[in-house]
Design a protein around this ligand. Sequence first.
Ligand SMILES: [Zn+2]
Length: 70
Amino acid sequence: MPSFVISYGVNKGAHYCSGRTNWSGHGEAISSCDEDTEGRFWVSNDEYASQVAFCPYCGKKAPTQPEQGN
Ligand SMILES: [Zn+2]
């Protein structure tokens, strides 16, 4: 079981989860998932960030979904 923490309030009302886990389907160790001011979710590790449709930690759906068809 991956261990992680879920916390809120980093960005007023915004979603934020963090912790180290290997998320199947991603193949990389993700260290956090946070919501930007436009309701997009970004997962990131020490190297980069990428936009996701759902939080890999808690499963919450991003208010603003990634662009499709790219
Ligand atoms: Zn979450």
